[in-house]
Design a protein around this ligand. Structure first.
Ligand code: 5AD
Ligand code: SF4
Length: 446
């Protein structure tokens, strides 16, 4: 299983592994020992398709080498590139056996059988009426082997149609899993040792699962149910849309200690003109006001965001408005991208495309500012005692590592018996992407 792209793909890959297990497939590390290779792809930005074709070229050689020694290899392409470019994949890479879109993973066993029977390629990029999660088997083991942290997809797809984005086309319309099925999966994860769950969705805070009585369950209510599961210490969710940040969810950040004070809330731009062109459905002032309300509810809340520079029509003033929003809000972390035209999206054909060199300059300035803010944020926690969930051993002997409430990696000298526990740590120093700390007296020999 080769996985590219977002965390939703990571989750999907785990579920594809689950669905194939009854057929006798188990994951392996190296493609040349694999009877089947699934490439789970991402289409969000530039050169997605080229990257897939060059990887497929490499896999073809593996397939041929194995064939020479009498072993067959099934090659499958899954994910959003498969959805968007399925036919082209089969035309350009005829050695691919299976192409399947993100909504049809539950049909994978059937496709494997059909590919074996037909000896020809099988393609399934429908948006079926049934929800794949209703048909995927319950994961026997926690989906990430013996892990203390796990992803759980609760919502998929998007109806918002931002001007630049392929997601509504590759992942389809928005849909939510029923509350009971999410809670049951979370319980199994916690029974398997998971202590921190990140709820996933392209628009996770638009979650509207069904309650058993037919009423709608929002994300705040769902988080409340999950926080009642004994043993589950931490809940996160990503990715959120500012428009779906309702009062109940803001209140949950005030009232629910398990809900971690770190929120990925993409704003994309700080210019009202560009936000409008992007079809984001809110202004920069509304975003600022939302951040204020969130910080009132949870004063230690840190924010992360996504930014796009060079959306069609973006002027120097628009870009400066984005810089100003960053200065005003202050982000603990962020992802930023040059706008890249995605085929079939409204912005791709819009007038006022921004030259690459202008995008480069803007991206550099933006990233320098965000880097400064990230360093400042990491520095601001040094000296504090914060709860760290330990998840594994460090590189150096005697070291254990974990994560802070703000998702910063933390390294300390300490006993392995603390792995799986959340304990207070005094943070002592910051590095570019991690922190070091020391245990308080009572845990040193725990
Ligand atoms: N060009 C650049 N960045 C994009 N993103 C989505 N589509 C594009 C695009 N066409 C970014 C957005 C989104 C993140 C997942 O990827 O910032 O929030
Ligand atoms: Fe894409 Fe916008 Fe939907 Fe996010 S909200 S997935 S950026 S269309």
């Amino acid at each position: 299983m080769i996985t590219w792209g977002c965390q939703m793909n990571v989750y999907d890959s785990a579920r594809m592994t689950d669905v194939l297990r009854p057929l006798g497939y188990t994951p392996v590390d190296a493609p040349d020992s694999a009877d089947m290779i699934i490439l789970n792809t991402c289409h969000i930005r530039d050169r997605a398709a080229e990257k897939v074709f060059s990887e497929l070229g490499r896999l073809r050689l593996i397939k041929e080498e194995r064939k020479a020694s009498g072993r067959e290899t099934v090659i499958a392409v899954a994910g959003c590139v498969a959805q968007a470019e399925g036919e082209q994949i089969l035309a350009r890479a005829p050695y691919v056996d299976i192409v399947l879109g993100p909504q049809t993973y539950h049909r994978l066993p059937e496709m494997v059988a059909r590919a074996a029977r037909a000896g020809g390629a099988v393609i399934d990029t429908d948006f079926p009426a049934e929800q794949k999660f209703d048909f995927l088997p319950e994961d026997a083991a926690p989906q990430t082997s013996g892990n203390l942290t796990a992803f759980l997809t609760i919502q998929e797809g998007c109806d918002k149609f931002c001007s630049f984005c392929v997601v509504p086309y590759t992942r389809g319309a928005e849909s939510s899993r029923p509350m009971v099925s999410v809670v049951a999966e979370a319980r199994r994860m916690v029974e398997g040792g998971v202590r921190e769950i990140t709820l996933l969705g392209q628009n996770v805070n638009a979650y509207h699962g069904q309650n058993p009585d037919g009423s709608v369950c929002g994300l705040a209510e769902l988080a409340g149910m999950l926080s009642d599961i004994p043993g589950l210490r931490r809940i996160r969710y990503t990715t959120s849309h500012p428009r779906d940040m309702d009062q109940a969810l803001i209140d949950a950040h005030r009232d629910m200690p398990a809900l971690m004070p770190f929120l990925h809330l993409p704003v994309q731009s700080g210019s009202d003109r560009i936000l409008k062109a992007m079809n984001r459905g809110h202004t920069a002032a509304e975003y600022r006001a939302l951040v204020l309300r969130l910080r009132e509810a949870r004063p230690d809340l840190a924010l992360s965001s996504d930014f796009i520079v060079g959306h069609p029509g973006e002027t120097d003033e628009d870009f400066e408005a984005t810089m100003q929003l960053i200065r005003d809000v202050g982000f603990a972390q962020a992802f930023s991208f040059k706008y890249s035209p995605r085929p079939g999206t409204p912005a791709a054909g819009a007038p006022g495309q921004v030259p690459e060199n202008v995008k480069d300059v803007r991206l550099q300035a933006l990233q320098a500012l965000l880097r400064e803010q990230q360093d400042a944020f990491n520095q601001s926690v040094v000296g504090r005692v914060v709860p760290v969930l330990f998840t594994g051993t460090g590189r150096k002997p005697g070291q254990i590592t974990g994560r802070s409430p703000w998702l910063q990696p933390v390294h300390v000298d300490g006993p392995q018996s603390l792995i799986g526990r959340e304990v207070p740590v005094r943070l002592t120093a910051r590095f570019s992407n991690s922190l070091s700390g020391s245990l308080t007296e009572e845990y040193v020999r725990a």
